[in-house]
Design a protein around this ligand. Structure first.
Ligand SMILES: Cc1cc2nc3c(=O)[nH]c(=O)nc-3n(C[C@H](O)[C@H](O)[C@H](O)COP(=O)(O)OP(=O)(O)OC[C@H]3O[C@@H](n4cnc5c(N)ncnc54)[C@H](O)[C@@H]3O)c2cc1C
Length: 379
């Protein structure tokens, strides 16, 4: 066992931190308030290899591992959860699904431009009536000659309004239940495919969360991704790994909120002392730092298992559950340490407080993570 990062991993952290500090931090509140989707930084992220972190060079990726990917997602989230989520949804979900289930031709045609950052991806599983119970999908796809024809709509798709490539799950055989849902690749501009309502959110306001709509949308037969009927089962594998990035995202936001609180506690004076001298504040900082370390270790353990190509269902769910709940606790204490100023938008903890809650909801709620962990333990 080795708790040291390699020199290369430290370099990844340094370069992403530098980028996030200089190119993202100055705009965070402006993007948040105007709900501006930061297109302009996507080419820069692509030049750093961030749009295809874990995919091999032959498919346009940076060829790095899940440890490096976790470091990248964490460092982006330390400054802005929204940018981090844009990257995570693109990498883990859309590109990740094509990587694990796609044919060689699909990988060359769709994964490579995604991984090079020439195209942006989204992944649509959730529907208004099928959230935690995603097996209850109602969007359908029927085979007509050499085409699949999709009808229905998806909700809460990250990057949904802007994506060039969408991976979507639809029912192809109602009688086969979870083995009757298939995955499809759809390109922007395909007739019958369009984004719908863009959600106005509590947090992650610079990330895009939108409806995507399919109205008799006809796509070539070869755009079925993976085996017909196995799209839902493949989605669960995609989510297993995706949860590692949501855990890293939670760790990053918790770290950002903690650092802001540490620095504030050393400066703010009350009763003639720096508030960091009060034991009540010291204990908060000690708990925050300890819990963030524990969450990071769980995340990196899951990332290492992914790098070793081992099953990550339990480790990923544990990391996501714990890190998400830690982020909520840490952001709440961060506001408390800032007192009234924590409630004001001039200080970064106000935004962390709003953003972190998503980590206990997206890619499976905390309740669903406990269900997954319990199932694994009892198996
Ligand atoms: C900002 C944002 C981005 C998102 N991005 C994407 C995306 O890119 N692609 C995508 O497909 N989806 C995305 N989602 C959807 C997200 O994954 C779902 O919101 C989530 O899985 C929960 O589904 P739901 O909202 O329908 O809640 P519900 O499933 O209706 O859950 C409501 C409550 O009931 C609880 N519950 C449900 N079932 C059980 C059970 N069996 N046992 C115990 N408790 C239960 C839940 O834990 C929750 O507390 C996103 C959501 C948000 C908010």
């Amino acid at each position: 066992m080795d708790f040291q990062f390699t020199e290369e991993q430290e370099e990844v952290r340094r370069s992403i931190r530098e980028f996030a500090e200089s190119e993202i931090r100055p705009h965070v509140m402006e993007w948040d308030e105007s709900q501006h989707f930061p297109h302009e930084i996507l080419p820069k992220l692509a030049s750093l290899g961030v749009m295809g972190v874990t995919f091999p060079g032959e498919y346009g990726g940076a060829g790095l591992g899940y440890i490096e990917y976790s470091i990248i997602v964490e460092e982006l989230a330390r400054i802005d959860g929204s940018v981090s989520l844009i990257v995570a949804a693109h990498n883990s979900l859309c590109a990740g699904h094509i990587f694990i289930a796609g044919s060689e031709e699909q990988k060359r045609k769709y994964l490579a431009p995604l991984a090079r950052g020439e195209k942006l991806g989204c992944w649509s599983l959730t529907e208004p009536q099928a959230g935690s119970d995603a097996g209850g999908t109602r969007t359908t796809a029927r085979l007509e000659g050499d085409s699949w024809v999709l009808s229905g709509s998806k909700t809460f798709t990250s990057n949904g309004s802007y994506a060039d490539i969408c991976v979507v799950m639809a029912v192809t055989d109602k009688t086969a239940h979870k083995h009757g849902i298939s995955a499809f690749i759809i390109e922007k501009g395909t007739p019958g495919f369009r984004p719908g309502k863009k959600e106005n959110k509590l947090g992650f306001r610079a990330s895009d969360t939108a409806e995507v709509i399919f109205e008799d949308c006809r796509i070539p037969r070869e755009n079925c991704l993976g085996e017909p009927g196995e799209g839902f089962v493949d989605s669960l594998r995609v989510l297993d790994r995706g949860r590692i990035s949501i855990a890293a995202l939670a760790v990053g936001m918790a770290q950002g909120a903690y650092e802001a609180s540490l620095s504030y506690a050393k400066q703010r004076r009350q009763f003639g002392k720096r508030i960091a001298e009060f034991q009540a504040i010291q204990w908060k900082l000690a708990d925050m730092s300890t819990e963030i370390d524990a969450a990071r270790l769980l995340t990196l353990r899951a990332a290492q298992l992914a790098d070793l190509n081992q099953r990550v269902t339990r480790a990923g769910a544990m990391a996501k559950l714990y890190a998400g709940e830690v982020a909520v606790r840490v952001a709440s204490e961060a506001v408390q340490i800032h007192g009234g100023y924590g409630f004001i938008k001039d200080y970064p903890v106000e935004k962390f407080y709003r953003d972190v809650k998503l980590c206990t909801i997206g890619e499976g709620t905390s309740e669903i993570q406990r269900l997954v962990i319990a199932r694994e333990i009892l198996e």
